[in-house]
Design a protein around this ligand. Structure first.
Ligand code: C5P
Length: 401
């Protein structure tokens, strides 16, 4: 019952595959979703609103200009009062309307008015699917963020022709809806997590600062993943240019001392993942005014002082989270340096990576890490930072199951 409580608006358009939508309604409902059907005129030539209404246990909407329906629900509310719109089957015609923003019936108007995710299960003759016009429309819809499931290759029900065009099976469509709504297991539900991410900027004067090449990509991906697994996540982020992950509370900071204060303010927590590349040193006495270059004078000396070690502070804090994970960006002796950090900083895991310039890891999209734990090391293969986040998410969740 992984779609529990989800509201799905199911648009059925005209095609022989419409008979499979009857089964799809059952599959979605048995997973706990409510299904509100909308049928195009074409769909009603293949299955009756009576059958669709009986299986969905909801009213079937068919008319754009229905005075009764517009007063009652209205096309804008139909478009918004749901968690997901599924179109199954989606004809070539409906895809074309969507790609061009046409709104001349209830289904196409809802699709133009919605701000919800849309999952399309196309069904059409293979020649229509491979036609350049449908190829263009498909590409446009993908670029617009519309998701597709199928079509599959196989024999067409009506003509016996073979090729791509069969609608995906109801179970596959239900699984795709599930994945899109992210209604999967929530092993970290009820747990609180703090994640740090990005670099810190340590001011020299009001216009200059010391920084590093961290992008925040790895830390942000981990924050998003822990949230997807059900945790209540506070992301304390240094200055980054990437967007905020979905479903997390973001606290923006600039300096290491601000980051430490924000992390401590977010305690107590069950999980801390300290991914930020915190500057080890700051300028001892940052100037309140821009330091002026004086002709003939030597450059000003930059006297540095040590920044607080946030991971170490958390690892030894009276309110230490049950699971503390640190990162270690190294350019040499990755394993030895990582292991000594595990001990010194009071972490349960250190995720060590080689950030030598040739690896492209710092600021890049991929990562190759060694996960150092109390009971041993694990080398993970090269993968994108999202995949590292997912695997780390599973490792973290295993401590709470
Ligand atoms: O000692 P090093 O900087 O290599 O340690 C890296 C780990 O310690 C990372 O998890 C980083 O977020 C954390 N760290 C910190 N505060 C610092 C320096 C590092 O939390 N001042």
């Amino acid at each position: 019952m992984t779609l529990q409580g989800k509201r799905i608006l199911l648009i059925i358009s005209g095609g022989i595959a419409a008979y499979k939508s009857l089964d799809l309604i059952r599959r979605l409902r048995e997973r706990g979703a409510s299904v509100r059907p909308v049928m195009t005129a074409g769909a009603q030539a293949f299955v009756t609103p009576l059958a669709v209404g009986a299986l969905s246990a909801d009213k079937v909407f068919t008319e754009l200009f229905s005075r009764e329906d517009e007063q009652d629900v209205g096309h804008i509310r139909l478009a918004r009062d749901c968690d997901l719109i599924v179109i199954a089957p989606a004809t070539a015609d409906l895809m074309a309307k969507m790609a061009h923003g046409l709104a001349d019936d209830l289904a196409s108007t809802i699709l133009l008015a919605t701000d919800k995710p849309v999952l399309v299960a196309p069904a059409m003759n293979p020649k229509m699917w491979s036609h350049p016009a449908t190829r263009r429309n498909h590409a446009t819809l993908l670029a617009d963020g519309i998701r597709f499931i199928g079509p599959a290759a196989g024999e067409m029900a009506e003509s016996g022709e073979k090729g791509e065009g069969r609608m995906a099976e109801p179970l596959q469509i239900a699984a795709a809806a599930d994945a899109l709504l992210d209604a999967g297991p929530k092993p970290l539900a009820g747990k609180k997590a703090i994640v740090t991410s990005g670099p810190t900027h340590e001011p020299i004067d009001p216009v200059r600062y010391i920084a590093n090449r961290s992008s925040g990509k790895q830390g942000h991906a981990i924050a998003a993943e822990l949230a997807r697994l059900g945790a209540d996540v506070t992301l304390v982020s240094g200055p980054v240019t990437i967007s905020d992950p979905k479903g997390v509370t973001v606290v923006r900071v600039e300096r290491a001392e601000e980051m430490r204060d924000a992390v401590i303010a977010a305690l107590p927590a069950d999980i801390a993942v300290m991914v930020a590349a915190v500057a080890d040193w700051r300028v001892a006495a940052a100037s309140g005014n821009k330091i002026k270059k004086q002709p003939g004078e030597a450059p000003p000396p930059l006297l540095l002082t040590e920044n607080p070690d946030i991971l170490k502070t958390i690892g030894h804090h009276a309110k230490r989270p049950k699971l503390v994970v640190g990162f270690a960006a190294e350019t040499q002796n990755v394993a030895e340096n990582g292991r000594s950090k595990l001990e010194r900083k009071g972490a349960d895991y250190i995720v060590a990576n080689d950030v030598s310039p040739h690896t492209g890891i710092m600021g890049g999209d991929r990562n190759t890490v060694k996960v150092i734990g109390k009971s041993g090391d694990e080398d993970w293969p090269d993968m994108d930072k999202q995949a590292v986040a997912e695997r780390l998410g599973r490792l973290i969740a295993s401590h709470f199951s």
